[in-house]
Design a protein around this ligand. Structure first.
Ligand code: PRP
Ligand code: MN
Ligand code: MG
Length: 178
């Protein structure tokens, strides 16, 4: 596909990692009912794969919190575009993300959800970019660390495109400027 760079994480590797994360979650929350919260829009792909690897009773819900415009770097501006439908008080909540970059989106979200008194609140992300972190964030389940390049695929977009790629790819600089 035009503008696409190298594959950083292949689809089979993702499948295996998501399965592993699902097994760990299944063990860690044994005997509980879980509420999986996907952060729109990037997390829909990992959420839909992960939930099928979690062998527990669970609910799913979504929030839309955006910290990016259409560019490739975080603006630091966090907006709640859509809130949860579920009441999280007393629930075991697991936030599911595609990628954590500066950490600004999740640190904001964590504070806002903790105020609603969940029984527990943890984070699961397929990808993390530790070199870009601006705030300390405890992440319980991490799939892969990626270098500081703009990545797309498996839910992650550039200006709305490439979310449907089955693997994680680097975006070529020419494509990011186009
Ligand atoms: C991306 C990504 C994370 C967030 C991470 O979402 O899916 O949600 O940015 O960035 P941060 O750690 O620097 O806060 P985006 O805001 O682009 O929305 P999208 O999921 O709809 O693409
Ligand atoms: Mn997102
Ligand atoms: Mg985005």
């Amino acid at each position: 596909m035009l503008g696409m760079g190298e594959v950083l994480v292949g689809s089979e590797e993702i499948r295996e990692k998501v399965r592993e994360m699902g097994e760990r979650i299944t063990e860690d929350y044994a005997g509980e009912r879980l509420l999986l919260v996907g952060i729109l829009r990037g997390a829909v792909v990992v959420l839909s794969d992960l939930m099928r690897c979690v062998e527990l009773p669970c609910d799913i819900d979504f929030m839309d919190i955006s910290s990016y415009g259409s560019g490739t770097s975080s603006s630091g501006v966090v907006r709640i575009l859509k809130d949860l439908e579920e009441d999280v008080a007393g629930r075991h909540v697991l936030i599911v993300e595609d990628i954590i970059d500066t950490g600004l989106t999740l640190s904001y979200l964590k504070r806002s959800l903790l105020a609603r008194k969940p029984a527990s609140l943890e984070i699961c992300t397929l990808l993390t970019k530790p070199s870009r972190r601006q705030v300390d964030l405890e992440i319980k389940y991490v799939g892969f660390e990626v270098p500081d390049v703009f990545v797309v695929g498996y839910g992650i977009d550039y200006a709305g495109s490439y979310r449907n790629l089955p693997e994680i790819r680097a975006l070529e600089p020419e494509a990011a400027r186009a």
